[in-house]
Ligand binder design. Structure first.
Ligand code: CA2
Length: 147
């Protein structure tokens, strides 16, 4: 059966490509989704790509992924630094590979971005590679879920 990878994007990431290109690049979320869809097809994986500006909706989606997905790639946006609820939902995903992605290197930025509630419950973390980081994360998760 084809395994499913859920890619979750948090608040404000729907504005990607419209402003602050010096930090986040000029690709839109739709550009990223298109590239991941190609990789998913080549690896016989199903891609479920979503974005939300709401913490509770993200928690509900993670709970859904817990029973339907082999892997989760998540850029929690600013919730990275604030959300114990998203962390707890991810921690409950026992048999799911989890990769946290950030476009920017959060450790080179303001100190309030240095801490992630998500990293301790992620299988791995990809940060600072811009939009390409999503592709790197997808390649990595395809290895984690194979077999
Ligand atoms: O570097 C990342 O991927 C972040 O998760 C992006 C978040 C930020 O709060 C995190 O600290 C690091 C912000 C996403 C907002 O993205 C925008 C993109 C373009 C225009 C406006 C916002």
């Amino acid at each position: 059966m084809t395994k499913k990878i859920m890619v979750l994007n948090g608040p404000n990431l729907n504005m990607l490509g419209t402003r602050q290109p010096e930090i986040y690049g000029s690709d839109t979320l739709a550009d990223i989704e298109r590239r991941l869809a190609k990789i998913a097809e080549s690896k016989d994986l199903e891609l479920d790509f979503r974005q939300s500006n709401h913490e509770g909706e993200m928690v509900t989606w993670i709970q859904e992924a817990r029973t339907t997905c082999a892997g989760i790639i998540i850029n929690p946006g600013a919730y990275t630094h604030t959300s114990v609820a998203i962390r707890d939902a991810l921690a409950a995903c026992d048999d799911v590979a989890i990769i946290e992605v950030h476009l920017s290197n959060i450790h080179r930025r303001e100190s309030f971005r240095h801490h992630s509630h998500v990293s301790p419950v992620a299988t791995g973390v990809m940060l600072g590679f811009g939009a390409h980081g999503y592709e790197l994360a997808f390649q990595a998760i395809s290895k984690l879920v194979e077999g």
